[in-house]
Design a protein around this ligand. Sequence first.
Ligand code: FE2
Length: 322
Amino acid sequence: MVCHTAIIEGEDSESRLTEMLEEMGSEYPAPEAALQYSTVMAEMSWSRPRIRNEEEMKNSITLAFVTDIHAGELIEYRPGKEALGLLGRFVKHINGLDVDAVIELGDRVNNVDGSHDYAVQEQVQAVLCHLAPPRFSLSGNHDVHYVTKEDNQQITGMPSSYYSSIVSNFRLIFIDTADPVQGHCGGYVSAPQLEWLKGQLSMDMLPTLVFGHHPITVQNQEGNPFFADLPGEEKIGNSGEVLEVLLNGKNVKTYFNGHVHWFYASMEQSVRSFSIPSLLESYPLKEHAPGRYALATISHEGTVDLSLHTLCPMRTLGRIVL
Ligand SMILES: [Fe+2]
């Protein structure tokens, strides 16, 4: 089953999601003791976005982020079989929160071959379509390894491989950083897409948030087990060009990405930049993925109040205001 928006509401949705996950044979990774406290943790204020007053509601947006879901087979330190269970847990938790939109930043699949990847991508969508808030996806390097961009769009409901939308008086722009993939897994943004981006950023003065799979910044990857030995492939190959376009845009506030599987925050002149950690990354183990995700409230002025969380066990890791 594939759907592009939440079509099932309320308690019925929750029980159908649980049934569906059982049918898919998703392995639920949580130890008993961790699960016991999850309901309590979900109710605690630090597991939720900061409560906004009426004025803040008018001048901000709250987003939930999930990225690098890597469903499918176990590859390296990504236990793909745990992904759907964790994602189902994410969906149930987010549906109890007050968020304006959910952003999924790519690498939905541990790529094996075309038919495997297509089927797994459909399973990921079957879970994500139980989200109550609007959800926006973009593709990462693993999504397009064996599955075409057109098929990724058809499965996820993306109107194109790069596109924009307006939510809560913010312009949200989703770029395709696998345009094309460079080397093993590095990113790139093509000249035609850069022209399109320039046009998007000159339209009006709406505060603008940009999302892509690969980082836009040069990050120190020392200690990152996947990118320390792949210099340059942790980011968009022509990140300097993309950053220049963002800096010359009318009102770009922030760039969010996945890909590096860990958290990173920086300020590039006027543009804030955040790497959201992977849902499934389990290094140095090959099981018991913690289920990382993030919540962020961004003001019209651009201040980002971002918190990091895990689902299994449910914990809050910290918060940054930048
Ligand atoms: Fe990834």
